[in-house]
Design a protein around this ligand. Structure first.
Ligand code: ASP
Length: 329
């Protein structure tokens, strides 16, 4: 079977399975804004991929009565600090010139947001993004300006390139002939969404971006609306995968708007991925995934990967996108 046809077929069969299992009526959607219902919402934190330590941390914050904003920040910081995670923060894979450059953003229940792009030498970009949100009139700082701002706020200069990432980069250079590549596997952003005991939603997203990207490249992850979007009346979404595709479709904003129109988080994530697939003549070379949450605490996730279309599945405390993304509730 031709690849495109395979993808189309598997997407359609997934949609029909879902329509039987997840349906949200318009009436239910209206009640999402009804504050009386918020008391029944349980705190919840979800993230992309199998970053269980991150959701565990976020859950700890929520369980102690913390805000969803603190939960998502502290949750993703676990991965930023983990040198064994080569896709986020310290230890992230560098660009093709050997520079580790980080992208991150954070957004709260009131629509406040902060972001840093192409940030070097700072181990926790999400924390700098939060400072941008809280201490400046701006949304986004990039490059040297973002780095200078971070030092002014007391962040320490840190060498982000670990021995392991350096070794792999040098290996890559030998084989790559220094060509930029469309990177399929060497990326795995952590995007996290949480609802706290007050029913308020926040999100954060942080990454070292595509490994061996061209110096200066910025992906979707620090871009509000692309890598992350929160609307506390409706829900939130965050993305992982090839950022260029997510930027082109303003992916996370799209998912939230689809939920506003009445789609469940799962339906919205599927629609978002399908939209991206439909706009690409050749979708053999990219991976895209979204996770989403609505005001009721329902979740969704969906991912396309070269050669396969994955449907996420839900069971208690755990969803997959495509292999292991975790919910704590
Ligand atoms: N979205 C990230 C970027 O394009 C990478 C990823 O999520 O895997 O920088």
């Amino acid at each position: 079977m031709k690849r495109r046809k395979f993808l189309k077929n598997s997407t359609l069969s997934t949609a029909s399975i879902l329509s039987a299992s997840v349906l949200t009526s318009c009436k239910e959607q209206k009640t999402l804004k009804d504050t009386k219902n918020i008391a029944s919402i349980k705190p919840i934190a979800i993230c992309t991929w199998n970053f269980l330590n991150a959701t565990t941390k976020a859950w700890e914050v929520l369980n102690n009565g913390g805000s969803s904003l603190d939960a998502v920040q502290q949750g993703v910081m676990v991965e930023e600090a983990d040198i064994n995670n080569q896709t986020v923060g310290l230890g992230g894979r560098p660009d093709r010139d050997g520079n580790v450059t980080l992208d991150s953003c954070i957004m709260d229940k009131d629509g406040n947001c902060g972001s840093v792009a192409y940030l070097q030498n700072i181990a926790s970009p999400v924390s700098v993004a939060r400072k941008v949100m809280e201490d400046t009139p701006h949304v986004m700082l990039a490059g040297k300006g973002a780095e200078k701002f971070a030092y002014e706020k007391g962040f320490q200069k840190t060498n982000l390139l670990t021995e392991q990432s350096k070794k792999e980069w040098l290996e890559w250079k030998k084989k790559s002939e220094y060509k930029p590549i469309i990177n399929i596997e060497n990326h795995d952003t952590i995007g996290m969404l949480a609802i706290d005991k007050n029913g308020d939603i926040s999100g954060a997203c942080t990454t070292s971006g595509m490994a061996y990207k061209i110096g200066g490249r910025v992906g979707d992850s620090p871009i509000i609306g692309a890598g992350l979007f929160v609307d506390n009346e409706i829900g939130a979404a965050t993305a992982t995968g090839v950022g260029e595709e997510v930027i082109r479709t303003v992916g996370s904003f799209l998912i939230v708007e689809l939920m506003r129109q009445g789609k469940t988080p799962q339906e919205a994530c599927e629609e978002g991925v399908k939209r991206i697939v439909s706009k690409n003549k050749d979708n053999t070379n990219f991976q895209i995934g979204f996770i989403a949450i609505n005001k009721k605490g329902e979740t969704g996730s969906y991912c396309i990967h070269p050669g396969f279309t994955y449907r996420s599945y839900s069971k208690k405390g755990h969803i997959n996108i495509p292999s292991d993304s975790y919910i704590k509730n």
